[in-house]
Design a protein around this ligand. Structure first.
Ligand code: CA
Length: 237
């Protein structure tokens, strides 16, 4: 039985499901309709998915990787490369055998994935976790750590004055590490605070995003230290 959890979506806000398998689409539509607050729209191929994401501004895209016309990874890459759609979180649907694609998807900026076969409830819970990553007024403050400057109002990150383009998840991860600099953050804790998960799922999600964040920060990214067996820490400068 699905929980009737209330999600912070306003009436009329849309979740876009991009998937060609009709039975999967039907199962997801039913599950999301039962969870309050969702208005589900669908697309049966990558090209239509891309168009609907651009035209209808969904609050979340649930994206299957195996799609006709345009593969899911290509859709993901285009959405994350476009300033109009970059902020829309993406939850990928992947087959077990698609581990490489899943990693590539996370590196392209997808927020999370669910492996097939999945329970519709799991997809709804993951979607709710992504959408719960809302903000409090304290998060609009600006923060500085060495050469890294976080503009909390505009969501800009700059290194020595040069803007670095981060996904919404990378931004939140960096902000959390900077706020707690000098203290080790366990992967589980980061999953709960940054990703919004109540229970431990695959902690490799954290590793993938930290690696990507480090790359984007360049030399300044060296300040994010791996603490073997525990998690990550931003070095105090
Ligand atoms: Ca498919």
């Amino acid at each position: 039985m699905l929980e009737l959890a209330v999600v912070n979506t306003a009436p009329g806000e849309k979740v876009l499901v991009v998937e060609d398998e009709a039975d999967v689409v039907e199962m997801l539509v039913r599950a999301f309709n039962r969870a309050a607050g969702f208005n589900v729209i669908t697309a049966a191929d990558g090209a239509v998915g891309l168009r609907r994401a651009r035209e209808e501004s969904p609050v979340l895209v649930i994206l299957d990787l195996m799609l006709p016309k345009m593969p899911g990874l290509e859709v993901c890459k285009i959405l994350k490369g476009d300033s109009l759609t970059r902020h829309i979180p993406i939850l990928m649907l992947t087959a077990k055998a698609e581990e490489i694609d899943r990693i590539v998807g996370l590196e392209l900026g997808a927020d999370d994935y669910v492996s097939k076969p999945f329970s519709p409830r799991e997809v709804v819970l993951r979607a709710q976790a992504i959408l719960r990553r809302g903000e409090t007024p304290a998060e609009t403050q600006s923060l500085v750590a060495g050469p890294i400057r976080i503009d909390g109002l505009r969501h800009h990150v700059s290194i020595n004055g040069k803007v670095v383009h981060l996904t919404s998840l990378e931004y939140k991860l960096l902000r959390t590490l900077v706020q707690r600099r000098g203290r080790v953050q366990e992967r589980d804790r980061l999953l709960s605070d940054v990703w919004g998960y109540e229970s431990v799922i695959d902690t490799r999600t954290v590793d993938t995003h930290v690696r990507r964040l480090r790359e984007k920060l360049g030399k300044a990214g060296d300040a994010i230290e791996t603490v073997r067996g525990f998690g990550y820490r931003l070095r105090e400068s």
